[in-house]
Design a protein around this ligand. Sequence first.
Ligand code: CUA
Length: 347
Amino acid sequence: MGGRTRAVGLAALLIALNGCRSVQSTFQSHGPAARSIAGLSWFMTILFLIITLVMWGLVGYAFYRRRGSLAEHEPISVTGGQAWIAIGGIAVPLLVLGVLFVLGLQLLRDFPIHGMHGAGKHSQMQYTMKPEIRIIGHQWWWEIHYLNDEPSKQFTTANELHLPVGRPVNIEVETRDVMHSFWVPALHGKVDLIPGQPNYIRLEASQAGEYEGQCAEFCGEEHSRMRLLAVAQPQSDYQAWLAGQRKAGAEPTTADAVEGQKIFLSGPCAMCHQVRGTIAGGRVAPDLTHLASRQLIAANSYKNNDAYLEAWITHAQSLKPGAEMPNLTQFSGEQLHDLVAYLRQLQ
Ligand code: CUA
């Protein structure tokens, strides 16, 4: 009983802590594509409810109707009622499935998911623009490239996708290892990340907010911790965010952070991670140039604070077993403190 009370308390606490963000539900839509998908889902749910009710009504009628005597029913017609089999067994299912098929095709036409080339000339939302963002799936995190014709304006980040409100954004999705599936339920349906086959999705958020996303294709042991956060911002905030992210990593100013940078650049961190503006140029792990600006770490699995960063550096394999990040236990307590001080000022 005590255990259950604690569990309920913990669940309530978790809900309270996450209160500021939208839960991952297809019925909480914050974009035109998600709204259409939710509309179709509700239509299907209600339609099937009605059909189920009618069916049970007929079953009830058959069960409780007055049966009468044998004499009343003679002569029994063996061909009678066949029309009802054709209606109930063929015509009604064909009609229902046909309507859903057409509605589904319409939705795909309005909000195409695969292929810039795949969107036909009748599409209301033609893919005429180049992708603005390229998302690359890894076991188990999201690499996010903000593309631009001017190379100096391109940058890379991870796990936190920023979008402008009220404007569709073309996104190309790829994977470097196994299949993943990109899914932000509040904004759109799922799109698969397939090796060697770039796919496309057009995301539009109609309200500013933070929308949680999740890899939706089983991709290994840490599939459930392959999460992301989509942050939809008003245009001016978005531009300010872009400008901030384009900058090189902040130079440390405090003594602790200066020491931490030395440890970062001379130790194993720089082999895998990049901090633009330094010699740390690793590309196999998330870009940390603006790590401190992100809300969460480990593909949005843990809070981005001193405690979790220290835990992540020393015990990543406990927080996310199987991840590429090793347990780095070689640092002294002071070195660890300095390293985190450096990471925390990478705004
Ligand atoms: Cu990536 Cu599941």
